[in-house]
Design a protein around this ligand. Structure first.
Ligand SMILES: NC(=O)c1ccc[n+]([C@@H]2O[C@H](COP(=O)([O-])OP(=O)(O)OC[C@H]3O[C@@H](n4cnc5c(N)ncnc54)[C@H](O)[C@@H]3O)[C@@H](O)[C@H]2O)c1
Length: 356
């Protein structure tokens, strides 16, 4: 933490935000700037947007490119790194596990080597509830960080492998790290400047909003016979603004050199697919058209965090994650996105060279 403290004396401490042109990274860059840090975004724009980089300098590069990572770290006195850069689509991880391991694990390894060489003291890593297994848990039980790790997808495997690599670096090189296991990130910044813009979009909320607005197909409900109150899956939706605040708290957390902390970021409350559909219909003013589909392989009935550790260790808890607030902010964004899918179609060169 010396480097963080020293640089704070002379100006804004620099935080390198890998993947900061993406959905959660851009919201975190904004929150860091508001907390008086200078967010420097490092991103290859394979799924992120240059327009989402608004709160600090931009370095264009691939996380697997050791020279590009070194150049960014040498250009700024980086006090901490928040590492979002990675591939996120669970379904694609099944068909391209090689690519997911390359970006999410090899890429994280390259970053860690560069941090060790420069003695950067703090890393915050985007992990996921996808690291947990569902065996032996009832639908209404929340998940503590100590729950069994048994990912149901190659995506989850890469997140768990990333965590373990980071933990090994903490032991070996004195890095202090916080891995944040997000549950379901949702919503958009209330400013309307940034929001969720995945392509392809696979998340429930934007798909439900598009369906209600007549901009997308009817929403498929994957399974209605789960052991939950209304038969549809329960998920823990966390407003992206709350999620961003958790990263700021993790950058600031007082941790000893070598400390490694894994922390759930969720609300502790589950909302069902039907809850989301009802809330979106009310916010848009038009019901969400739906079709009933079968369960998807590996979809657990419930994924709800026990968020107690985040409160104890980070002093963080969700304050703006009520479902109607998440949906209101997401609908505002989807009604007038500042950037998004159309741009990608117009500029195909922005696609990753690895895109299928
Ligand atoms: N969205 C969620 O609900 C969720 C849940 C759990 C964990 N996560 C994790 O959070 C992180 C961010 O997710 P998101 O939803 O913001 O996704 P996103 O796709 O919007 O953002 C990812 C960013 O990483 C960049 N990127 C990808 N590969 C890169 C590479 N090789 N080099 C440099 N940059 C690269 C992309 O261009 C993009 O800007 C990911 O690591 C994801 O696994 C997301």
């Amino acid at each position: 933490m010396d480097r963080l403290v020293t640089f704070m004396d002379s100006g804004r401490p620099v935080v390198l935000v890998t993947g900061g042109a993406g959905y959660i990274g851009a919201h975190t860059a904004k929150a860091l700037a508001e907390a008086n840090f200078l967010p420097v975004v490092f991103d290859n724009l394979s799924s992120g947007f240059r327009e989402a980089v608004r709160w600090g300098p931009f370095c264009h590069g691939d996380i697997r490119d050791a020279d590009a990572v070194a150049a960014a770290l040498d250009a700024y006195p980086v006090a901490a790194v928040v590492h979002f850069a990675g591939l996120i689509e669970v379904g694609r991880s099944v068909t391209r596990p090689d690519l997911f391991w390359d970006v999410n694990v090899t890429g994280t390894g390259r970053l860690l080597s560069a941090l060790a060489a420069r003695r950067v003291p703090r890393l915050v890593f985007s992990s996921s509830a996808a690291v947990y297994g569902s065996a032996g848990r009832t639908a209404l039980e929340t998940i503590p960080e100590t729950a069994a790790k048994d990912p149901a997808s190659p995506y989850g495997d890469t997140k768990l492998a990333g965590e373990r690599l980071i933990q090994a670096h903490c032991r070996a090189y004195g890095l202090s790290a916080v891995v944040l296991r997000y549950f379901n990130a949702a919503g958009a910044d209330p400013s309307g400047l940034i929001g969720e813009a995945h392509e392809p979009e696979t998340h429930l909320l934007p798909l439900a909003i598009a369906a209600a607005m007549g901009d997308g197909p009817a929403l498929t409900i994957f399974g209605d016979d789960f052991d939950t109150p209304d038969g549809t899956c329960l998920r823990d939706y966390i407003h992206v603004t709350d999620l961003a605040a958790a990263h700021v708290a993790a950058v600031r957390a007082a941790l000893a050199p070598g400390a490694f902390e894994a922390i759930n970021v969720g609300t502790g409350f589950g909302c069902s697919v039907r809850d989301v559909i009802r809330t979106v219909g009310a916010a848009v003013g038009s019901p969400v058209p739906t079709v009933q589909g079968p369960r998807r392989t590996g979809d657990p009935a419930s994924l709800v965090a026990n968020p107690a550790r985040a409160q104890t260790l980070l002093g963080w808890r969700a304050t703006c994650s009520a479902l109607d607030r998440i949906v209101t902010d997401a609908v505002r964004w989807e009604s007038q996105p500042a950037y998004g899918a159309g741009r990608r179609q117009r500029q195909p060169e922005l696609r990753s060279q690895f895109a299928a």
